[in-house]
Write a protein that binds this ligand. Structure first.
Ligand code: NAP
Length: 275
């Protein structure tokens, strides 16, 4: 007998455009199943954001992930936004608390947790390449943990704005090879190296031996050329998959108020990526 979905099933989901590539439904539905929670998580390709947000309230959707291009635009439609999401200037999680929509951000948590598995951040010197939305969440998160940050970006004016916001130094990416000997941790937040451009790398591999830890937030492929080259040179490496997993775990815990089944969510994620 099918027990659920039934009339009591709670609805969660992700809004974005496009959204068909999202791995979030796989992670969250497996987590609900493992924890025997009568809930389902679906992907919604949304172009009319205002109408979609009205729909959450009208249909009683309990929680949503928010992805590109809506993370910033969604903020004006919410009833409240937590302090960290306000500082980051982006929401990737909506919690429906009895009809009031609260915006939160778990991207920074995902990155910080993935990094802290391999290195303590306090007092470390971190070089972030890129100055987009993910760089902003990561920079604020790791500055709060006591790291010193330098932002290097292709468009230098964006590096400057982010550096000003986070209390970091900045430069263009043309200077990367000269400055790299001054840091403990390297984080690539650009899409360089992402499938189908897996043969691309953002920095000269020769300088990677300067870093103790190299993280790439690109997760397709799981091991980018940057991570392969860093591993060859003895660095500890952190895959973007860990950030993706840990931001989803934080979302689950915000919505459901119980510990997420980490191993189950990671297993489902790896299976989906390798299928
Ligand atoms: P974004 O806001 O568009 O920012 C992209 C950044 O990359 C910008 O600083 C841009 O520089 C730079 N960039 C783009 N192409 C470049 C190139 N060819 N050479 C040098 N720099 C380049 O994007 P985002 O939302 O931060 O996402 C960036 C990447 O992170 C994507 O690949 C995304 O899939 C991945 N991501 C992973 C996770 C995870 O959980 N692992 C989460 C979010 C995002 P300019 O300022 O000069 O344009």
């Amino acid at each position: 007998m099918i027990l659920y979905p039934n009339a009591s099933t709670q609805l969660y989901g992700i809004i974005g455009h496009p959204v068909r590539h999202s791995l979030s439904p796989i992670m969250h539905n497996n987590a609900f199943k493992k924890r025997k929670i009568n809930a389902i998580y679906l992907a919604f390709d949304v172009t009319n954001l205002e109408a979609a947000i009205a729909g959450i309230k009208a249909l009683g959707i309990r929680g949503l992930s928010v992805t590109i291009p809506h993370k910033e635009a969604v903020m004006k439609y919410l009833d409240d936004i937590d302090d960290m999401a306000k500082r980051i200037g982006a929401v990737n999680t909506i919690i429906n608390r009895e009809g009031k929509l609260l915006g939160s951000n778990t991207d920074w948590l995902g990155a910080v947790r993935a990094l802290e598995e391999v290195i303590a951040l306090k007092g470390k010197k971190v070089l972030i390449i890129g100055a987009g939305g993910s760089a902003r969440a990561i920079c604020i998160g790791i500055r709060d943990k006591g790291a010193n940050v330098h932002i290097a970006n292709r468009t230098i004016s964006k590096a400057k704005s982010l550096a000003y916001l986070c209390g970091a130094s900045f430069s263009g990416i043309d200077e990367l090879n000269n400055i790299s000997n001054d840091f403990d941790i390297l984080i690539n937040t650009t899409p360089v190296g992402m499938s189908p451009n897996e043969d691309k790398i953002i920095i000269d591999p020769k300088v990677l031996s300067n870093f103790k830890v190299v993280m790439d937030i690109v997760y397709s492929p799981v091991e980018t050329l940057l991570l392969k080259e860093a591993k060859k040179r003895g660095c500890k490496t952190v895959s973007g998959l860990k950030m993706l997993l840990y931001q989803a775990i934080a979302q689950f815990e915000l919505w459901i108020n119980q510990l997420a089944p980490i191993e189950e969510m990671e297993r489902a994620l790896l299976e989906a990526i390798n299928s």
